[in-house]
Ligand binder design. Structure first.
Ligand code: SAM
Ligand code: SF4
Length: 312
């Protein structure tokens, strides 16, 4: 459906849990409160997905927290896939558990994977995630490939002084693999809002490190480039340096079932316990309240949430 500014809203990012096996420094406070259990059942989440589909949303991304922390994640994929074969059903994951889940997710009807990977250096990886092992994620990328997932995206958050020197190495994953490596500008969510200015670097600053790139259009809010002789593509998501709100086609649902028309707004509409036509109408009203734009140019987000509750 169209929002109040004539944007066609077709994409739902559904945060299925706020729990995570990692504690990435830019996403969660080490001691961030986490729900002891997943706040929403698979049935509630599938009903939200169905209502959104009825409103014209045909792309659904499961995110979190770490979606693979849910014990019923495969069943949830099956339930959403059962709504329609036409839904593009994707997942954003830290990849560490894909060696266990990739085949099952594929069989349950998941269409695509985004895997987060900010560094190829084992020590840096451990420091950024506080607890993670780089090798687990690399095995996860291979597992996705072996399970038959194509069009996999690798997401790297750009953090000045932390991983900007690795941009060419991380991008080069697209040289030999059929993946799209996307660099995302760091956003000032919660703990990150107090980080030093030098941590925020624009895509434009790192692009020259990649030599000659050929623009090949947009995928949603991502500007994509190809490079001579490379199998995959490289992309940049630039919420800080370029406002792309005019092409934003998404809404979010947080891990505790709040509809969030904009990532950076504090406005949330509670969907918990709402069912049937009332649910559809509540989501429709929420979409019509989607604001025109955010205020990130002042390095200010209005949301008070941690990213692991919203899903990125
Ligand atoms: N656990 C999964 C993962 O890490 O891919 C899914 C949830 S995570 C919140 C979704 C995405 O948000 C990841 O790609 C992560 O890097 C990104 N993210 C988290 N905090 C961010 C921040 N402050 N700025 C930019 N991206 C962020
Ligand atoms: Fe977990 Fe993903 Fe957040 Fe890292 S970015 S703490 S893996 S939810």
């Amino acid at each position: 459906m169209k929002d109040a500014y004539n944007r066609d809203i077709r994409y739902l990012r559904l945060s299925v849990t706020d729990r995570c096996n990692y504690r990435c420094r830019y996403c969660m406070d080490e001691h961030a409160p986490i729900s002891p259990r997943d706040p929403a059942s698979a049935e509630e989440l599938a009903e939200i997905a169905q209502a959104c589909y009825r409103l014209g949303i045909d792309k659904i991304r499961l995110t979190g927290g770490e979606p693979l922390m849910r014990g019923d994640i495969v069943e949830l994929c099956r339930m959403i896939r059962a709504i329609s074969p036409d839904i593009e059903l994707a997942m954003t994951t830290n990849g560490s558990m894909l060696p266990i889940y990739a085949d099952k997710l594929k069989a349950a009807g998941l269409s695509r994977l985004n895997i987060s990977l900010d560094t190829l250096d084992r020590e840096r990886f451990r420091s950024l995630t506080r607890v993670g092992e780089l090798d687990d994620v690399m095995s996860g990328i291979d597992a996705a490939d072996n399970a038959g997932f194509s069009g996999t995206k690798i997401n790297a958050v750009l953090i000045g002084g932390v991983n900007d020197d690795e941009v060419p190495a991380v991008a080069a994953l697209a040289q030999t693999r059929d993946v799209s490596v996307r660099f995302i500008e760091l956003m000032p969510m919660h703990v990150v809002s107090g980080w030093d200015d030098s941590c925020y670097i624009s895509a434009e600053r790192v692009m020259p490190l990649l030599g000659e790139l050929t623009p090949v259009g947009f995928d949603g809010v991502t500007q994509l480039y190809s490079k001579d002789g490379w199998r995959g593509t490289v992309g940049f998501i630039t919420p800080m340096s370029h406002r792309f709100c005019h092409r934003c086609d998404r809404v979010r649902v947080t891990a505790d079932c709040k509809l969030k028309p904009c990532l950076h707004s504090n406005e949330e509409i509670d969907l918990k316990g709402i069912k049937g036509d009332k649910l559809l109408e509540t989501i429709r009203t929420g979409i019509l309240q989607k604001p025109l734009s955010h205020h990130l140019e002042d390095r200010r987000t209005d949301t008070s949430r941690y990213m692991n509750e919203i899903g990125g």
